[in-house]
Design a protein around this ligand. Sequence first.
Ligand SMILES: [Zn+2]
Length: 271
Amino acid sequence: MKKHGESTEYEIYAIRYGTNTNRTRGRNFILDAQPNEILQMDFFCWFLRNGDHAIIIDTGMDAGKAARHGHTMLLDPVSTLRDFGIEPDAIETVVITHMHYDHTGHLGSFPHARFHMQAEEMAYVTGPWMGQRWFRHAYEVDEICQMVELLHQGRVDLHGRDREIADGVSVHWVGGHCAGQEIVRVRTARGWVVLASDALHYYEELERGIPFAVAFNVSDMIAAHGRIREMADSDDHVIPAHDPRVIDLYPPAGPGFEGRVHRVDLPPRLP
Ligand SMILES: [Zn+2]
């Protein structure tokens, strides 16, 4: 294990598994001044690596569901893990930052994993708010059922708001985008990086202090910006889940991975 002092440090790989080049600003931001302008949405999941040990953060999106929602799949996140010598069968820890369908594909590809999620998210996706179309529209009921089955197999850790997953990896409730949205704080060689997941879809939300259009609670969404900034060493240590700028800012994970897998534990590239 690579350590800094006595502390474990992780490499963070952002897998860009999908994109939507028709997405408009009006679909992304409430009352935007240029609602018809295109703002491409990319789709990321992540894995953390320290030597032979890997932790999966979100599991990407099922290809059929991507097509149905109008998104283009660029690669299969599970086979991408194998490109890095990571066998999904051997994965012991998967963190689900929230249960929207673009974060919960391929749950069955990790047969020996324990899944970690906010207890509040499970209560939300099986509770009264799902009677409202506005709140359930980004969830897929078969994936919720799959998570309930995993829970009854004793394979889900439904934790409270703050939880250490491993030395150097912790998750923290922020809510906002959905009731159980969490962020992930990771110790790297350049300091504490925060995978904001969908607490930030785009950097612009943090820069301008604006909410994303898909919201459970707008005030929690704005409050999350402060929490993210408390947890990250700087704004350059914050990684949103859907912003194409991540690809421009961070170096590819190796030859052939440009636009596909980028290293966000490394410092941003100079403009
Ligand atoms: Zn998302």
